[in-house]
Design a protein around this ligand. Sequence first.
Ligand code: KIV
Ligand code: NA
Length: 272
Amino acid sequence: RVPALTPPDVLARKGGEPLVCLTAYTTPLARIVDRHCDIVLVGDSVGMVLHGLPSTVGVSLDMMIMHGQAVRRGVERALLVVDMPFGSYEESPEQAFRNAALIMTETGCGAVKLEGGETMERTIRFLTRHGIPVMAHIGLTPQAVNTLGGYKVQGRGDDAFHIQRDAEAVAEAGAFSVVLEKVPATLADRITKTIPIPTIGIGASPTCDGQILVADDMLGMFATFRPKFVKRFAELGDAADAAIASYAREVRSREFPGDVHVFTDRKQGKAE
Ligand code: KIV
Ligand code: NA
């Protein structure tokens, strides 16, 4: 059995082979992601993707812990990272520590992720100095959708300076990696070159030290949500639609269940 990847292992991959990262919210998908990826993230995107919430703002600590526990059971070799939900860390480094420790002890994850750059510098330093590895998340930070006024590209023009400063702040504070979401490629290139920790891009640049996507997005589970930065590697939503349509047709025509799906009066084999 290969030992699980640790935050220091991830840090050591700076400038090396790209870090392959993907989200998972359930045990069966976590098992598949674990076979191919370096990092499995239980993202708070779970609120929108699985629970139908309008944004990640309504995601609770309980939801993150429950999905974190499910994913933990499917992960053996990748690093498991769990998102801290909105409202669970912004108040103070102490509040952040209390809730991050709860997430770690309840889920057995190897690190937590939180959104924010310079404003979270003190908190990231406090957590890392007290034994909790932190992945930072800057650029477009979806938990701030209400103040940002939408899911727009961040750091264009003069705003680039602020994102660059956020990247330097989280690295300085001790984060072992940082997600760069929806920023111009040139800015992602510059940040990747200048900070000492791995950058993990989503809608960023191929030069980032790693890439991440929401698994359900790249598997093509939805017809409606198709952001530019998501490449669809499959169309599972279409496949599920077709399969369910066939099931409905066969139930209505009594084609299903067939002879092989029903039981005779006498036992036929071991599986029965
Ligand atoms: O919640 C999430 O899935 C994320 C990734 C997209 C980075 O934060
Ligand atoms: Na997230």
